[in-house]
Design a protein around this ligand. Structure first.
Ligand code: PMT
Length: 411
């Protein structure tokens, strides 16, 4: 799938004919799991209506620096901080000039000044205007400052001219965004020097030498997180229940079968790890007794009763550590009232974050290649819409990096 899952894209539209392509662009970005918020200049509204952009993005469009209602919901500074990337498309010669000059004379140019997120500029204008020395110098200035310049393309223009100046097609911009976030992930090593312990897969609770109680966890979700954490530079220890997955590169794996064994392995290694993620589907109960011999059917009994006792709660045990406690993240597999039950587990188990999934929805959750998650922590939350588990692994780890950074800054 895509590296756009859960990404915040601030789309800045200025007044060019290519603005009409922004509805399509927004839909394609959203389909891939990105959250898009739109800011329009006054001139942009002559080419596409804010109502259209509100409908396709699912959020009200911001268009004024001095709108008290908009400032009360998500103010312009908040919006500037919210963005993972600011995409200016179409970026007219006028917008490019104002940004190059460092002006803040409308909402969009002010946001560009106020953000420390990466900015991508997709120029769109008449070919003569594009070739003008002033425009070329302004673009060179933006490049020198580290802004990404995506396009323009050459071809027939709305005014009838032929030449450089067409905005890239929506799908080209989508692919550039995807590539940007992939490169971003692989180039950075924000977890260098950090260690992460993670559980994955099911547990097996033996009944007798040949039978056990287990569940449908494939381990894919946990292994994807382990892989992403290793790619981000972490030293990763993966405690895995019985699954048939290959160990991700640069990950140390400890195989276990039962919840008891998983508990022992985790408690042994937790004090030497900075982060713990409990992704395993651990059996809450196990048979009170494991029969030494294979249980036999008898002719006079139509049923059998197995007495179950509680397993240790692994994630709660780690979260209760009083010394060398890792930053502790749990999962919540729910079939109803997902937020309520997830937040309850977050609090009851004393976790720093919880990743909730609705495992009643077809095509996600247990033993699927895809999943949709909602992350909750004490003062916030983030939706990670349906995506490949490999993408979600990266998205979760990037959010963990962000949470740790926020905590570090607050201390
Ligand atoms: O493995 P896949 O096929 O890829 O599927 C992924 C998944 C659906 C298994 C995964 O996304 C997921 O939801 N994992 C948690 C499953 C679970 O057991 O959820 P829970 O709500 O019952 O448990 C809450 C938390 O407590 C979990 O972090 C769990 O690991 C932990 N727990 C539960 C019981 C126990 N005895 N010890 C624990 O640590």
């Amino acid at each position: 799938m895509t590296s756009l899952a859960g990404k915040h894209i601030l789309l800045g539209i200025s007044g060019g004919i290519a603005a009409y392509k922004c509805a399509e662009l927004t839909r394609r970005l959203s389909e891939r799991g990105a959250e898009v918020r739109v800011v329009m200049t006054t001139a942009a509204k002559e080419f596409i209506t804010p109502l259209t952009m509100q409908a396709v993005s699912g959020h009200p469009v911001a268009d004024s620096l001095l709108d008290p209602a908009a400032e009360a919901s998500m103010g312009h500074i908040e919006l500037a901080k919210w963005a993972d990337i600011v995409l200016l498309a179409p970026a007219t010669a006028d917008l490019i000039a104002r940004i190059a000059a460092g002006m803040g004379n409308d909402l969009l140019s002010t946001l560009v000044l106020a953000t420390d997120s990466p900015i991508a500029v997709s120029p769109a204008m008449n070919q003569q205007m594009y070739m003008n020395q002033a425009t070329q110098e302004n673009i060179a200035t933006l490049k020198r400052r580290g802004l990404h310049i995506w396009g323009p393309a050459a071809g027939q223009q709305a005014c009838g001219d032929v030449g450089m100046g067409r905005m890239l097609e929506p799908m080209d911009l989508v692919h550039l965004c995807e590539r940007f976030f992939q490169a971003d992930l692989h180039e950075q090593k924000p977890l260098e020097g950090t260690s992460l312990l993670i559980t994955a897969g099911p547990t097996r609770e033996a009944i007798d030498p040949v039978r056990y109680i287990s569940n449908h966890s494939s381990g894919k979700m946990g292994f994807s997180i382990a892989e992403a954490a290793a790619q981000l530079g972490a030293k990763v220890t993966l405690v895995s229940g019985p699954v048939s997955l290959a160990t991700p590169e640069n990950v140390e794996r400890i195989n276990v079968e039962s919840a008891e064994q998983m508990h022992s392995a985790v408690m042994k290694h937790a004090p030497s790890h900075a982060i713990f993620i409990a992704c395993a589907a651990v059996a809450d109960f196990k048979p009170n007794q494991i029969s030494e011999q294979k249980l036999k059917k008898t002719a006079d009994e139509d049923g059998m009763t197995i007495q179950m006792i509680k397993n240790p709660d692994i994630v709660a045990s780690v979260a209760a550590m009083t010394e060398q406690r890792p930053f502790t993240i749990g999962f919540a597999a729910e079939t109803q009232e997902v937020e309520k039950y997830a937040r309850d587990k977050l609090e009851r188990k004393n976790l720093d974050m919880i990743c909730a999934n609705d495992v009643s929805v077809q095509g996600q959750g247990f033993n699927s290649d895809n999943n949709a998650l909602h992350l909750y922590w004490k003062n916030g939350d983030k939706a990670l819409p349906l995506a490949a588990k490999s993408e979600l692994g990266k998205a979760i780890m990037l959010e963990v990096v962000a949470r740790l950074e926020t905590i570090r800054c607050a201390n």
